[in-house]
Write a protein that binds this ligand. Structure first.
Ligand SMILES: Cc1ncc(COP(=O)(O)O)c(C=O)c1O
Length: 488
């Protein structure tokens, strides 16, 4: 197979020069952000924590925004990022669908978060701000903003969710190396943090609480603004470089996508991928957009659509979004970047209008597919990104069983080289000694789920596993297969 059919690298000259604003193209206008009294938020009410340019980008119906030259220069250090065909994984799955991944893990922070961090740091610096306060869940966003702070000369303070800091101490090392200050959240430095600690001295922290701490910090100082790595419209706007590049790369490869998949925490990598495809989908293009979220924090699949606070303390405006409630305490899953009670207003609007299909992914199947990807594509995915890749694999197997292979693209939003504790847990708890058992199981499933499979009983289990996406159905399938291969 010629190399150019497995990796599409765009020349530097084709880096997108503008950000695409999906707001005017949404099927229904976005509902306004509200104050606690229920009035629409006015732009000037956001100016205590955001610079004017970002407020304009947040609310404007302008179809496109130019990317300033210094931001373009900084982005071009690692963009355009490659679009790669996961040939090894396709083979291991035994599928004839083509699976492509957009590799955002090549950014200096190891994830897509750098795309908006650079833009936010630049616009804050241009507005005369010298210091930014932020939160981080997985540590990827804090790392990205620390790098961006270094690039544009800003001091950075990061409130890092306590459980993530304990799981990933080396994230703090990188942030410190870049000159950023990192605090475990809940901290003693804010009212929100002290309250949370008083209520529960062992609190693990949540993204919502860390946001409260950072907003409180920024609102209390004239030299400081708040910076958010997801959820808001301007963040998704900056991430549209992802979807715009995917479009150009698919065109260069002569591929028409059937499924576009990304994981969903607050919605920035998903929104950045999906938004540029919205106009053509509205015009009838047969592309399915899938947002993959964790079963344990299912804001899009199980949340309700309502105006809710973006943080625990209720310091942010009320955002129109799918939410599990600001006080929802997600369990301490390894995908810390997906432990958020809400969802981006833009993605929520797309889900509500039926343009985006959310899917919840369970942990056991997640790490099985993540390890398959690592052993066939030789990149260890971030646990967050593994939600997208697991959804892509399951879609490929489902299409195989139905005899309708297609083109599947997913966003590898980050690498998992600082998430090895998660992989160690997986090896200890699920792998149980047989390195190839999982690949063999998946291959076996693909083979046996084939339409012509004579064994109806195995097909029934496979179909049920596909239909329910439940880990226990998957386990039932594996047990069936193991019993079968033992008999063979
Ligand atoms: C690698 C990676 N992917 C995805 C996410 C989820 O964020 P979002 O939904 O904003 O893309 C995170 C968040 O920290 C992340 O670190």
């Amino acid at each position: 197979m010629p190399l150019e059919t497995t990796t599409v690298n765009l020349p530097k000259a084709e880096i997108p020069r503008t950000w695409y604003n999906v707001l005017p193209d949404l099927p229904d206008p976005l509902e306004p952000y509200l104050t606690p009294a229920g009035a629409p938020v006015k732009p000037e009410e956001l100016s205590a924590i955001f610079p004017p340019t970002l407020i304009e980008q947040e609310l404007s119906p302008r179809p496109r925004f130019d990317i300033p030259e210094p931001v373009l220069e900084a982005l071009s250090r690692y963009r355009p990022t490659p679009l790669v065909r996961a040939v090894g994984m396709e083979k291991a799955l035994g599928v004839s669908s083509k699976i492509w991944y957009k590799n955002e893990s090549v950014s200096p922070s190891g994830s897509h978060k750098t795309n908006t961090a650079l833009a936010q740091a630049y616009f804050n610096k241009a507005a005369g701000i010298t210091r930014l306060a932020t939160e981080t869940g997985a540590g990827q966003w804090g790392t990205a903003l620390s790098i961006a702070g270094r690039a544009f000369g800003l001091d950075i303070r990061v409130y890092m969710v306590r459980i993530s800091l304990e799981q990933k101490p080396y994230r703090r090392t990188i942030m410190n190396l870049m000159g950023a200050e990192v605090l475990s959240s809940p901290s003693d430095l804010t009212v929100a943090g002290r309250r949370a600690k008083a209520a529960d001295p062992d609190a693990l922290g949540t993204l919502g609480l860390a946001i409260s701490e950072a907003v409180e910090d920024a609102a209390g100082r004239a030299d400081t603004n708040y910076s958010l790595g997801s959820v808001l419209n301007h963040v998704l706007l900056h991430q549209t470089v992802i979807g715009q590049e995917i479009k150009s790369q698919l065109k260069a490869a002569g591929v028409a996508p059937d499924y576009l998949i990304a994981c969903h925490g607050g919605g920035s990598n998903f929104g950045g991928m999906a938004a540029p495809f919205v106009p053509e989908i509205k015009d009838g293009a047969k592309i399915t957009l899938i947002a993959a979220e964790p079963e344990s924090c299912p804001s899009l699949t199980r949340g309700k659509f309502a105006h809710d606070y973006g943080d625990v303390a209720g310091l942010t405006p009320l955002l129109p979004m799918y939410t599990l409630g600001k006080d929802f305490q997600p369990p301490a899953i390894h995908a810390g970047g997906l432990r958020y009670h809400g969802a981006s207003p833009i993605v929520s609007a797309l889900v509500k209008s039926g343009l985006v299909k959310p899917e919840a992914i369970g942990s056991p199947e997640l790490f099985r597919y993540a390890s398959l990807f690592a052993r066939t594509e030789f990149i260890i995915p971030a646990p967050e990104s593994a939600h997208a890749l697991a959804a892509a694999c399951m879609k490929a197997l489902e299409l195989e069983a139905a005899g309708t292979p297609g083109n599947i693209v997913f966003v590898l939003s980050g690498h998992g080289l600082l998430d090895l504790a998660a992989y160690e847990d997986f090896i200890n708890s699920y792998w149980a000694g047989s390195p190839w058992a999982f690949a063999a199981t998946v291959q076996g499933r693909a083979r046996r789920a084939d339409r012509n499979c004579p064994d109806r009983r195995v097909r029934r289990v496979a179909d049920r596993a596909h239909a329910t996406r439940r880990p226990d159905a998957y386990d039932a399938l594996r047990d069936t297969e193991e019993a079968e291969s033992g008999r063979a």
